[in-house]
Design a protein around this ligand. Sequence first.
Ligand code: SF4
Length: 352
Amino acid sequence: MALMTEQTDLFGMNLSELEAEILKLGLSKFRAKQIFNWIYLKSSNNFEEMTDLPQKNLSLLQEKFKIGSLSLIERQVSSDGTRKYLFALEDGNLVESVLMSFEDGKRLTACISSQIGCAVKCPFCSTGTLGFKKNLRAEEILEQVHLIQNIEKERISNIVFMGQGEPLNNYDSVVKATQGLRELIGIGARHITISTSGVIPKIDKLAKEKIQLTLALSLHDPDDEDRDVLVPINKKWKINELMSSMKNYVKSTNRRVTIEYVLLKGMNDSNKKAESLGKLVSDLHCNINLIPYNQSCSDTVFLRPDDKRVLEFSEVVKRFSKGKTVTIRQEKGHDIKAACGQLESSYRKSLH
Ligand code: SF4
């Protein structure tokens, strides 16, 4: 009986790593460059479409190598063009990514996941209710972007780490993935945003790396007592410490940060909260992004405030934050469960 040899995964390798693998097979180094270009410039994951490779090498390459380990389980398209993907890892775990189009398609932003589940357990988040399962490898994070480009035949311009998971709880893989995004896929650091719930030691570590990416803080409440409930990691790292850490990040990187604030009706959307939020961030070099809660398909008790409340909240924040830019996030993919964790949890339910 023939023994199956395990295939080496070429995805995530840089050019010199790829050359070493190709040389081991006795093929010319030049073939590595061709394969490298197909994978990262043309988002290919199939040797058969690499038309400049000699046919005679094809079966050897297919036998020894594979390109990536994720497979597409489901793709949904929203009426506004937002696309959502459910990918399976090799071990059967499921991971979600979302593709959003802005400025008439000039800006294509992929929202990617860094973990399966999440330990932070924010009560309004579908992923949080799953609990933490595992960290993704850097290659699995990067491959979400690669596969979306492969499926859509379009290049992604921006990345946000706002899918499933707390990125800074998977620090090494996330930082390695941002390196891959920049050096392999060609997305500049300034087009990458990492969103954190406030893991202070890792914010401080990231500040020292001096990568020119954008750091977003999911603040969601300006008072410790209420934030302890909405973002339970706050029980460990309080708001004042968090603000110092964010200021330090700005000082070290010279980058403006973003404050994310999900608006939940009757919980954190009063004018008093808006005033406290404005004052809290007035000395921080930041933009504020308000996110009216995506209530469309959640099982939770949280509600979305009406548009009038959202507008008034944003005016009060502007007034008390010394004129900071306050944006209200355009809702995307309302009809396809585009908030993180929602597609995965509904897919799971459909299996039962
Ligand atoms: S909102 Fe983010 S940090 Fe909070 S549970 Fe969900 S994935 Fe985790």
